[in-house]
Design a protein around this ligand. Structure first.
Ligand code: PMP
Length: 360
């Protein structure tokens, strides 16, 4: 059977191999390649999962409307329950957004470079994607974007804030201004790294039908393996998406884990605080040693180096089971490495290797 014409010509999202999984254990492994948390989730997550495992109901389908979870997400996001819905990760939410709000042939604008999965999902459904290219120093230009949207009559705009991989932060009032200038365009604001920058348009998303905020438990809450994220938007938009959402897809274990994580927000906040301290320290130490660093929002930084040097550096890190993300495959980012930031203690071997390498 032949795939449809969109799939035939689709450039897939390039998920780089998760080499750390091949090692078989976590001893001495420093996984800084996928922007996950570098620590385990709150101990309450494990405790609640363990008690569920021995309480029966493993054979039941998951709760398809977990009011406790919805209520806790709403409280945490400071919106009311009718404005939130949970999904099997924000990637899953993005697919539903494309399914519910676009038609083949519609135009979308995506900030570039950014997290590429949204582009691939959109193109797979026949959406035509154009780019709002960030400047050389990765700045966002809202006025130019407004002209682009008007010119192309774009149906949808995807902005990741803070942006992965550049860390670019767009100020809330700039996004709000953009949204109010383009009432016929749906803005998907991906706040996967919200906890690390605390800028959000959630307040605007509940009042305006042309904004959907997506967030995840995969980063600050340390639940990447559970696959759970959520939307904040108008009650009407939640209803539109619910028409196609498969409510069984968020597993019982994920729902329990997310509730437990939200019961221990201080644990998450302490981790975020530690990561921000570590980020400052890593940047200070490495820039003193001559590294070219880009660092703004998020739990990650970018290092810039010539391609051959970069290859040597990555190989050297790999020898010590330190995994970082090579951006060699992304146009305009060929000379960059993205490094997830963990705790100060965890970052020591990475900094040690980087300093040693700079003396070579
Ligand atoms: N959005 C951004 C900006 C991301 O960086 C990532 C993960 N790399 C995701 C979404 C995916 O999130 P989730 O695990 O909730 O699907």
């Amino acid at each position: 059977m032949l795939p449809n014409k969109h799939i035939k010509k689709l450039r897939p999202y390039k998920a780089v191999p998760h080499k750390a999984w091949d090692i078989g254990n976590t001893d001495g492994v420093l996984k800084l390649d996928w922007n996950e948390a570098t620590v385990l989730p709150s101990p309450k997550v494990r405790k609640d999962l363990e008690s569920f495992l021995s309480s029966g109901r493993l054979n039941w389908y998951p709760n398809i409307r977990n009011k406790t979870l919805i209520g806790k997400i709403a409280d945490y996001s400071q919106v009311s329950a009718k404005h939130v819905q949970y999904f099997a990760g924000s990637d899953d939410l993005h697919e539903y957004i494309i399914g519910a709000f676009t038609e083949p042939g519609d135009g979308a604008i995506i900030v570039s470079p950014t997290y590429d999965n949204f582009r691939a999902s959109a193109e797979s459904k026949g959406v035509r994607v154009n780019y709002h290219n960030l400047t050389k120093s990765f700045n966002f230009q809202p006025t130019r974007l407004i002209s682009q949207i008007k010119e192309a009559k774009s149906k949808l705009v995807y902005i990741c804030n803070p942006n992965n991989p550049t860390g670019t932060i767009v100020e809330t009032d700039e996004i709000e201004n953009l949204i109010s200038h383009c009432p016929d365009t749906l803005f998907v604001i991906d706040e996967a790294y919200y906890e690390f920058a605390k800028k959000s348009v959630a307040g605007m998303a509940v009042k305006n039908e042309n904004v959907i905020v997506s967030r995840t438990f995969s980063k600050a809450f340390a639940l990447a393996g559970f696959r759970i994220g959520y939307a904040i938007t108008s009650a009407e938009n939640i209803e539109h998406i619910d028409k196609i959402r498969n409510p069984k897809n968020v597993t019982t274990l994920s729902q329990i884990a997310a509730i437990a994580a939200l019961d221990d927000v201080p644990y998450m906040e302490a981790y975020v605080g530690e990561v921000l301290l570590a980020k400052k320290l890593v940047c200070k130490t490495l820039s003193k040693a001559g590294y070219k660093i880009t660092s703004e929002g998020g739990n990650f930084i970018l290092l810039k180096m010539g391609s051959a040097t970069k290859r040597k550096f990555i190989d050297r890190l790999l020898n010590r089971n330190i995994f970082v993300r090579d951006y060699g495959h992304v146009q305009g980012m060929e000379e960059y490495i993205r490094v997830t930031i963990g705790t100060r203690e965890q970052m020591k071997p990475f900094v040690e290797e980087a300093l040693d390498f700079s003396h070579d």
